[in-house]
Write a protein that binds this ligand. Structure first.
Ligand code: CMP
Length: 410
């Protein structure tokens, strides 16, 4: 469709869905029951819509591929009111091809535009089941062209629907039974379809329910596997508690998601936007970032890797080689003296540490330990050096901090 107006496309898709559904229900009924009073008006309205669809969709097209020709054929055939022109004729069934076309467009649209894929699947299954039941009921009516005496005067469609539902659901009261060989064969086919449909519906619903909370399901599974593993390897219970504590915290704060894994597939500019948003807590807290240029903040945000530390964990120890510096997103850490006996400083949300080793190339001047659960963001040396080389402001800010904490950086 040429127009770029999303709302129009959406509304038009809905109109086409309505038209295709009217055909899907109306055409078989027309074939088995002959003219219906409302059928004629509905047929005219649907035909007008489908002709409009051909004009809107294909009006501006100049070049056609084989696939286009095929779809054009479907659209044009669906727009021909065979029923009005020739009365009930099997040719009308050709119009049902439009349904497949509309449904495939809708499924694609839904998958791409809404997070509620499961809801769609549920509705989609219900829709198809209703259609199949209707078609089978129409088939039964076609076989019972002359209603038996016991049904005289009753609404034959309703009776056929009733027979169909009882047979499909294997309730089978037996009050309407096949009387000819063809009817018996038809009944067998309907029963077989019923079994398949049940399997499909139950399988689908179980799958949808299991996927209603995919992150929780994943968390529970991870914990079960972990517990089994730790039990099997005989980990001490205190260590087991810490492992469980880590996953519990990660679940609480991020629904157990590993951000880098989830964001891995995004293109660079979108990745930068999402990273900025996800790290906005730390970016808002670090005073330096407030005055820094947007490009710099973007670059740092993209490079920062989220890490979680548990209460009492050493982030690094004095004398180690420094490969990264850390920003504190949430939590508290303590900087310990070289001998580890006294606390030199306590750092909070928005502060950073580990910069001295990167700037001076010294081993770590102190050990740093998490006091409670800590959400930190690590910036590796390579990125740090690149950013420092390109951003005199950032370099000056870091130098000032090194001077304050360590003395002269030179
Ligand atoms: P680095 O030497 O790489 O590793 C230990 C870190 O502790 C150090 O960088 C600083 O970021 C931090 N640090 C050292 N001394 C102090 C201090 N007196 N106050 C705050 N932070 C400090």
């Amino acid at each position: 469709m040429k127009t770029g107006n999303r709302y129009f496309v959406r509304a038009w898709t809905a109109v086409m869905f309505g038209s295709a559904t009217a055909l899907a229900f109306g055409v078989p009924l027309h074939l088995v029951q002959g003219a219906l009073r409302i059928g004629m008006f509905l047929d005219i309205a649907v035909t007008v819509m489908l002709v409009a669809d051909v004009v809107v969709r294909w009006g501006g097209s100049r070049s056609f591929t084989a696939r286009n020709w095929r779809w054009l054929f479907v659209d044009v055939v669906a727009a021909v009111p065979f029923g009005i022109l020739f009365g009930p004729t099997p040719l009308e069934l050709l119009r049902l091809m439009k349904l497949a076309r509309v449904m495939s467009v809708m499924a694609l649209w839904w998958r791409q535009n809404t997070p509620r894929w499961n809801t769609f699947r549920l509705l989609y299954s219900g829709y198809w089941i209703a259609l199949v039941v209707h078609w089978l009921a129409c088939g039964w009516m076609a076989l019972r062209a002359i209603p038996s005496e016991s049904l005289a005067g009753q609404n034959t469609y309703l009776r056929a629907l009733y027979w169909c539902v009882t047979t499909l659901t294997s309730v089978g009261y037996g009050d309407i039974t096949p009387q000819t060989e063809v009817e018996t064969i038809y009944a067998i086919i309907v029963m077989a379809i019923g079994v398949g449909m049940f399997g499909y519906v139950i399988g689908n619903i179980a799958h949808i329910l299991a996927n209603l909370h995919p992150s929780r399901a994943r968390y529970v599974e991870t914990m079960e596997r972990l517990n089994a593993f730790m039990e099997y390897r005989g980990l001490p219970s205190s260590l087991q508690d810490r492992v469980r504590g880590y996953y519990g915290y990660r679940w609480e704060k991020r629904l157990g998601f590993d951000e880098s894994e989830i964001l891995g597939g995004l293109p660079p500019s979108l990745l930068a936007d999402v990273s900025l948003y996800l790290k906005k807590d730390v970016i808002e807290k670090v005073p330096f970032f407030k005055g820094a240029g947007e490009d710099l903040v973007r670059e740092i945000a993209l490079a920062m890797r989220p890490v979680i530390y548990m209460p009492g964990d050493y982030i690094f120890r004095s004398g180690e080689k420094g490969q990264e510096m850390f920003f504190i997103g949430r939590g508290e850490v303590e900087v310990l003296s070289r001998d580890g006996r006294s606390v030199q400083a306590t750092l909070h949300d928005g502060e950073f540490f580990g910069e001295i080793a990167l700037v001076l190339g010294h081993p770590r001047t102190a050990s740093v330990r998490a006091i409670g659960f800590c959400d930190l963001y690590a910036l590796d040396k390579e990125t740090f050096d690149r950013i420092v080389a390109r951003n005199p402001e950032f370099a000056a800010h870091i130098d000032a901090m090194v001077r304050e904490r360590f003395g002269s950086p030179g």
